[in-house]
Design a protein around this ligand. Structure first.
Ligand SMILES: [Zn+2]
Length: 288
C-alpha cells in the first residue's frame, strides 16, 4: 500500500520546466461555455461558433475526426481557428450521419464543416434524438468537393433525406421521398380546410405507435430549420418571424412554392446557413 502511494506521488509530480504548461485536456475541461451558445447557429460569427464547437467537443457531443483541439500555454485555442473547416466523426450528439440508399445507408465521417453548421447539426441531431428517438440521419450530401461556390461546398448545408430511429422499442425510417414527395398534392377543398394549406400531408391517425407520423416529423424539422438555418434571409440577424411551411423560404423541400425547387427537393430537405452561393465575407467577431 505504501509503495503504491509513493509511486502515485512520484508519477504525478511536475517535471522541471513543464509545471506552467497546462495539458490540452485541462484547458478543454476549463473551457467556459461561450455566451454565444444561446444564439441561433445562423446568427453566430465564425469566432463565436468555433468557441461553441469547442464546448461541444468538451461535452463529447462532437468528436473531431482527424485532429484534436489544441491550445497555447495560456489555454487560448490554436486549433481549430474560426476559419478552419472541421472533419467530424460519423456520429454527432449520439446520432449517426449516414449516406447512401434508404435500405442500406452507411455511416461516413463528415468533412469540411463550417463551425456554424457543426453547431446547427449537433442541435438538429440532439433535437431529433430527444423528440423522436432518432438514431441516424440519412443525408444525400453535407459538404462535398473542394470548390467554395455553394453552401454545400462551403460545409454550410445538409440534404436531409430520412430520419431513422427507434420508438417504443421498434425501429422506424421516415423518408422524405416515400412519405412525402411522392404523395399526391391536396385537393382545393382539402387545402381550404387544412391548417397548413401548402403542406400536402394532413394530420394522420397514428395507428402505428412505433413510428412518428410523417406530417408531424416533417413539420417539426421545418420548424427547427426556421430557427437555426437560413429561412427568410441568408444574412445573420435578419431572419424575422419563422415562415410557414410551403411559403417562400431558403428551407427547401417537396412543397416549396417554386415548382422547380420543389421538384429538385422532392426527396430531401435542403437546410443551409448563409447564402446559397459563395459567402463573400463570413461574419467575424471584432478582434479583442
Ligand atoms: Zn442541398
Amino acid at each position: 500500500m505504501l509503495l503504491i502511494a509513493a509511486f502515485v506521488v512520484t508519477a504525478s509530480a511536475p517535471t522541471p520546466g513543464s509545471a506552467q504548461v497546462p495539458r490540452p485536456s485541462d484547458c478543454l475541461a476549463r473551457f467556459a461555455l461561450p455566451p454565444a451558445a444561446t444564439k441561433s447557429a445562423r446568427d453566430m460569427t465564425l469566432d463565436e461558433a468555433r468557441d461553441v464547437v469547442v464546448s461541444l467537443v468538451r461535452d463529447r457531443v462532437v468528436t473531431l475526426h482527424t485532429r484534436t483541439v489544441t491550445f497555447d500555454k495560456t489555454c487560448r485555442i490554436t486549433y481549430p481557428r474560426p476559419t478552419d473547416r472541421l472533419d467530424i466523426t460519423e456520429s454527432i450528439a449520439g446520432v449517426a450521419l449516414v449516406y447512401g440508399p434508404v435500405d442500406r445507408p452507411k455511416p461516413y465521417p463528415t468533412r469540411r464543416l463550417d463551425h456554424r453548421h457543426t453547431v446547427a447539426l449537433a442541435r438538429l441531431a440532439a433535437h431529433l434524438k430527444a423528440k423522436w428517438g432518432a438514431t441516424a440521419i440519412r443525408h444525400l450530401g453535407i459538404s462535398a468537393g473542394k470548390g467554395g461556390n455553394n453552401a454545400h461546398n462551403s460545409g454550410r448545408a445538409i440534404d436531409l433525406a430520412s430520419v431513422i430511429g427507434k420508438r417504443n422499442g421498434a425501429p422506424y425510417t421516415i423518408d422524405v421521398w416515400r412519405d412525402w414527395g411522392r404523395k399526391p398534392r391536396l385537393s382545393r377543398k382539402a387545402r381550404a380546410d387544412a391548417e397548413h394549406p401548402r403542406f400536402r400531408l394532413l394530420p394522420q391517425e397514428t395507428k402505428n405507435k412505433s413510428a412518428p407520423a410523417p406530417n408531424e416529423l416533417f413539420l417539426d424539422i421545418y420548424e427547427f430549420a426556421t430557427r437555426e438555418y437560413s429561412d427568410s434571409s441568408t444574412k445573420p440577424g435578419r431572419n424575422g418571424d419563422p415562415t410557414e411551411i410551403g411559403t417562400t423560404s431558403y428551407v427547401l423541400h417537396p412543397d416549396h412554392p417554386y415548382p422547380r425547387l420543389a421538384w429538385d427537393h422532392r426527396d430531401h430537405f435542403h437546410l443551409q446557413i448563409g447564402p446559397a452561393r459563395r459567402e463573400g465575407r463570413p461574419p467575424r467577431s471584432p478582434q479583442k
